[in-house]
Structures are given as C-alpha cells and as structure tokens.
Design a protein around this ligand. Sequence first.
Ligand SMILES: [Zn+2]
Ligand SMILES: [Zn+2]
Length: 133
Amino acid sequence: MKFSKDDDFYSKVMKSITKVRDQGDPPRSDVLSLDAYICDLCKGTVSKENITQCPFCGRWVCKKNCWHTEHLACNPCVGVIKLCKESIELERKKMSTELTLKQQNKKSLRKRKTKSGSIFEKIGKKKSKSNDE
Ligand SMILES: [Zn+2]
Ligand SMILES: [Zn+2]
C-alpha cells in the first residue's frame, strides 16, 4: 500500500510524530564493531545495509524487525500513520456530505425567483403614443 503525496496527510502525520533525530543525522555506531550500527528501537546490532532512517521521526531502525516496507516508516510511526489516515478519511466524508447539502440549497433558491418586468414594458409604449398627438 502506498499513500499519495497528500500535503494534508503528511503535515498531520508530522505534527503527531515526535521527531527523535534530524534527517541526515548518522545512526549510533556499535563500539565493538566498525561496520555495525544500533537500531534505535530494538537496540539490536545491525549492519550498514540493514539499517534505515525513518523519514517521519528520524530514528535509525533495523529493516528486519522495526521497519515497515509497506508504509516506509518505523513501527511506532506506522501506528500514527494509520490513525491519521483514518481521521482524514472521516473528515473527507464529512466534507462531501456538507458540499451536497450546499448544492441542494442553491437549487431551491433558483426556483423561488419569479418573472417580472412585463408590466413596465406596456407603460412605456403608451407614453410614446401620447407624445405624438
Ligand atoms: Zn530494530
Ligand atoms: Zn519513525
């Protein structure tokens, strides 16, 4: 499942997620091994190829246990993403029902307008005749 580049959605998710690290910050390296890093979530030792930074919270997490390739986010962030998605879908449903209600109101207003002007046309014609005499 991939989500579209929805600004509303992303800003909502970013507001709900507490940033742990800045993007581009290096992961915590393992003291004992040169080419290994420590997962911010499970604290496990991970090789360079198997660690990735979450674009939402900035945590460095292991791809094996703490990363969702489906959502492209770490475990705790996936929970927030799911919640935000649900609430946005609810808001959209509410918006669409409000729009249809407004359209219905406009239609009923048009019907109320009545024809006018025909009486004034007749008066104008009579006046021009009397001027000729
Ligand atoms: Zn992990
Ligand atoms: Zn995250």
